[in-house]
Design a protein around this ligand. Structure first.
Ligand code: NAD
Length: 512
């Protein structure tokens, strides 16, 4: 095996009492009627860490009925913004109080490093705070220029009952990119976390109840995508589905939602390029590339799994990225020094490896890694930091979302070619550009087909800045004011001022 930085089993061990995750329906936590459960083993340690109720269509139907009734009753949907904001702020405080507990279960279920899980939970608390500010400041618009006897008002109203479906890679962060914004708007919700990482969402449910959210405003149904997610999508009593996950499932959700023409917002996959021009700060770019591809073990929609580098600096850059890749601490996610943890499942590890072997068979040059990574003392699955160069744009490794710590390096010779390569993808989530010239950066930013462009940085995110994808990376936006708008309907109210100012139609003069 290539020389790498590996962190062996930490002194800390997973707890011996697995978390018991149950549905939350109408303010009550409960198991499935048939008692079915899904067990989750830590992908790093192989130990049982949670047991979750496995729901079906019956639980969804009940949860949707409760969410519908709660919305129509108006206790939350018509509550004033100040009161909604106060509750969201209480939730943020409670998340911070329970940060260690939530971060630990995130690490145990997903395999991500504990330091990163802690940052994510802290970031999630900030999202609840930001959404609280929107709850108080959102407003519609007025039109005072429609004539002396007309006043037009556009009201912003909550869209209604929202189904929230989330993936396993950032369970607590992603539910917090959706739910507080939906609640700020006045919506009620049914939430389904991934069957691989259900527990932190259930812990959030506990905090919502503790904060005083009325029963039935947020409901949680646990279980598999089909039937639970499907039923949440098809139900006519649901007004909107907000989904984060794979592009394939996003398409299935769009198709299923078309039966009732409900609104769908989608945050999907990516094949995100970092484009490095010859005048770039190569040390800074190399570090951002290592961060971009190894963060969350590459299991990240924003993974910068493609590097498109100018031929004059390609070898120098690859050398620097290889050196950094050997230094990134991979290993036990419970060790605070670890930066890259375990792969979510053995099946996913096999898929990552198949992508790499296919690329090598197709002529890519394996510069580093390319196999599983044994970690002393741990039985779970890890994958070596992997770098492939001489990748051609038509190869699968240049186009598919590998979702692992695997970097594909392509070369370009001029600006136009760089833009064409960057945009040569079915995805359009994010892109990055490295150059000391502001003109090159801005030119690239305007030409990139991506919902987010970073210049001389990677993956800086803020609650104020919208996030979402173009092309097959999704539709709609999260975060910022745009994130709130997704959960609002615009209602036009046109008012005539003054009695008798409206010309009669039936007995009036004929129109010209
Ligand atoms: P996934 O699509 O397999 O599952 C996501 C969720 O959908 C899970 O809760 C799952 O149970 C549910 N689901 C599965 N089949 C369903 C169906 N037929 N109907 C309704 N729900 C169904 O995705 P994943 O493997 O959990 O997550 C990885 C994917 O998520 C990657 O493609 C990644 O790029 C994407 N992702 C995107 C963003 C973003 O913001 N753009 C963020 C994180 C992850």
């Amino acid at each position: 095996m290539t020389k790498l930085t590996v962190i062996s089993a930490a002194a800390a061990t997973p707890e011996d009492r697995p978390f018991r995750a149950r549905h939350l329906i109408g303010g009550t936590f409960r198991d499935s009627a048939d008692g079915a459960v899904i067990e989750r083993r830590s992908p790093a340690h192989g130990l049982l860490v949670s047991t979750a109720a496995e729901g079906g269509r019956a639980e969804v139907s009940e949860a949707v009925a409760v969410a519908r009734a709660a919305f129509d009753a108006g206790d939350w949907s018509r509550r004033d913004g100040k009161a909604r904001a106060a509750l969201l702020l209480r939730v943020a405080d409670l998340i911070e109080r329970d940060l260690d507990r939530i971060a630990r279960i995130e690490t145990l279920e997903s395999g991500k490093p504990i330091s990163q899980a802690r940052d994510e939970v802290a970031g999630a608390a900030d999202l609840w705070r930001y959404a609280a500010s929107l709850a108080r400041t959102m407003h519609g618009e007025s039109h005072n220029t429609l004539g002396p006897d007309i006043l037009g008002v556009v009201l912003k109203e909550p869209v209604g009952v929202v189904s929230v479906i989330t993936p396993w890679n950032f369970p607590f962060l992603i539910v917090s990119q959706k739910l507080p914004f939906a609640l700020a708007a006045g919506c009620t919700a049914v939430v389904k976390p991934s069957e691989l990482t259900p527990s932190s969402t259930v812990m959030l449910g506990e905090l919502l109840i503790e904060a005083g959210l009325p029963d039935g405003v947020v409901n949680i149904v646990l279980g598999h995508g089909d039937p639970v997610g499907m039923a949440m999508t098809e139900d006519a009593r649901v007004d909107m589905v907000t989904f984060t996950g794979s592009t394939g499932v996003g398409k299935a959700i769009t198709a299923a939602a078309s039966g009732t023409l409900k609104k769908v917002s989608l945050e999907l996959g990516g094949k995100n390029p970092q484009v490095v021009f010859p005048d770039a700060d190569l040390d800074a770019a190399a570090d951002a590339i290592a961060f971009g591809v190894y963060f969350n073990a590459g299991e990240c929609c924003n993974s910068s799994s493609r590097v498109i580098v100018h031929e004059d600096v390609a070898e120098a850059l690859i050398e620097k990225v290889v050196a950094l890749s050997r230094a990134v601490p991979f290993g036990d996610p419970l060790d605070p020094a670890t930066k890259v943890g375990a792969i979510i499942s053995p099946e996913h590890q096999d898929q990552i490896d198949a992508h790499v072997q296919d690329a090598v068979a197709g002529g890519a040059w394996l510069r580093l890694g390319g196999a599983g990574l044994p970690v002393p003392g741990l039985s779970g699955q890890f994958y070596q930091p992997t770098i492939l160069s001489e990748v051609r744009p038509e190869m699968a490794i240049a186009r598919a979302e590998v979702f692992g710590p695997v970097l594909a390096v392509l070369r370009f010779s001029n600006f136009e070619e760089a833009v064409a390569l960057a945009n040569d993808a079915s995805y359009g989530l994010s892109a990055g550009v490295w150059s000391e010239s502001v003109h090159t950066c801005l030119d690239f930013a305007r030409r990139a087909e991506a919902g987010t462009v970073w210049t001389n940085t990677w993956m800086d995110g803020f609650p104020e800045m919208p996030f979402g994808g173009m092309k097959e990376s999704g539709q709609g936006r999260e975060l910022g004011r745009y994130g709130l708008e997704e959960f609002l309907e615009a209602k036009t109210v046109t008012m005539r001022i003054g009695r008798g100012s409206r010309a009669p139609w039936v007995q009036g003069s004929a129109p010209l």
